[in-house]
Write a protein that binds this ligand. Structure first.
Ligand code: NAP
Ligand code: ZN
Length: 342
């Protein structure tokens, strides 16, 4: 079969490799679509720990082609999405139910071979069924949506509440939709690209702001802003210093800032502890998708979340190495690798 191999930092190529086979507890899945994520680019540049050679791709879904002898509840031909994050189940964090903090996390597409290939093998416990009627490309959104769901769960949005989302990539645009589903009445997106602001407003944002056009704090939380005094919840979905700093200033007293964006390791930001104390702000980190993949699959399966308009481009396995090795094109939201399309 064909697989995109990260052979070393800075070296990625399409190779012919042996088709894997399912162990007793595994599913062999023919990939229908696998999303390209910023993490794949970080792996290529050596900015995220992994041990090449490995096949990247952790946002995948496809059709079961073979099942191991101990597999129950799945059949050949089922469409499934895979939660790539395999927790060990035996470290203190796993025992406490904090599987995303597992000390021995073994992630498909990072530590073991993933979805930029014709086939992937995954343990049955990581799989969730998707309906046969679903558009084959939509299953690739379960993983990013599951990460956003964790952030939204942590934020505990109340019906009628107000939300700001900073950063209009796929994570921000999914979070906008989830915030509306969770009952927020006001959802403001801040992102620089006009096309993303327009899309966010079509997907449920009640307003959007251009951080390049003036002071974001004034525009949103200032006396003449969209939500004077600030909002209940801010989701930082850009992973840059400006937005992390803004998140603490856009939350109203008693409000919550959720850091979803991955800022470069070692980066420091300025905040005023007095402000945190005096306004009783909560600042939370949201990491991965603990126990949210199944719900993400249901939201995708029922069409409750719009994903079709987030697909900017579909590429073949042959085209995938260049896509991963280069920065995203302007305006691009999500690129999907679709094996067998070429
Ligand atoms: P992305 O496409 O890079 O989206 C981030 C967007 O933020 C950028 O494209 C940019 O859009 C916008 N941005 C940059 N600077 C900004 C600023 N000063 N103000 C407002 N917006 C700004 O990435 P993504 O796939 O949506 O992911 C977003 C972040 O979440 C990444 O850091 C990713 O690593 C992280 N992530 C975290 C988890 C988790 O478990 N916590 C899971 C998946 C991804 P414009 O050009 O329109 O401004
Ligand atoms: Zn563990």
């Amino acid at each position: 079969m064909k697989a995109v191999r990260l052979e070393a930092v800075g070296s990625i190529a399409l190779r012919e490799v042996d088709k894997p086979s399912a162990g007793a507890d595994d599913l062999l899945v023919r990939i229908e679509a696998c999303g390209v994520c910023g993490t794949d680019r970080h792996l290529f540049h050596g900015e995220f720990p992994c041990k090449p050679p490995v096949t990247p791709g952790h946002e995948f879904s496809g059709i079961i082609e073979a099942i191991g002898s101990s597999v129950t509840g799945f059949s050949v031909g089922d469409r499934v999405t895979g939660d790539p994050n395999i927790a060990c189940g035996r470290c203190p964090y796993c025992h406490a139910g904090r599987v995303n903090l597992c000390r021995n996390l073994n992630a498909i597409g990072i530590h073991r071979d993933g979805g930029f290939a014709d086939y992937v093998v995954m343990p049955q416990k990581q799989a969730f069924r998707l309906p046969p009627s679903l558009k084959p490309t939509h299953g690739a959104f379960c993983e990013p949506l599951a990460c956003c769901l964790h952030g939204v769960d942590l934020a505990a949005i109340k019906p009628g509440g107000s939300v700001v989302v900073l950063g209009g990539g796929v994570i921000g645009l999914l979070t906008v939709q989830l915030a509306r589903l969770a009952g927020a009445k006001t959802v403001v997106l801040s992102t620089r690209q006009a096309s993303r602001r327009a899309l966010a407003e079509e997907l449920g944002a009640t307003a959007s702001v251009d951080p390049g056009a003036g002071d974001v704090i004034d525009a949103i939380a200032g006396p003449d802003g969209l939500v004077p005094g600030g909002v209940d919840v801010v989701f930082e979905c850009a992973g840059v210093r400006d937005t992390v700093e803004q998140s603490m200033r856009l939350a109203k007293a008693g409000g919550t800032g959720v850091i979803v964006g991955v800022v470069p390791q070692g980066m420091q930001v300025a905040f005023e502890p007095f402000d945190l104390l005096f306004r009783e702000l909560k600042v939370l980190g949201s990491f991965l998708n603990p126990y949210t993949h199944g719900r993400a699959a249901e939201l995708i399966a029922t069409g409750a979340i719009e994903v079709d308009r987030l697909i900017s481009r579909q590429v073949t396995l042959e085209e995938a190495p260049a896509v991963i090795a280069n920065p995203p094109a302007p305006g691009e939201v999500k690129v999907l690798v679709v094996p067998g399309r070429g």
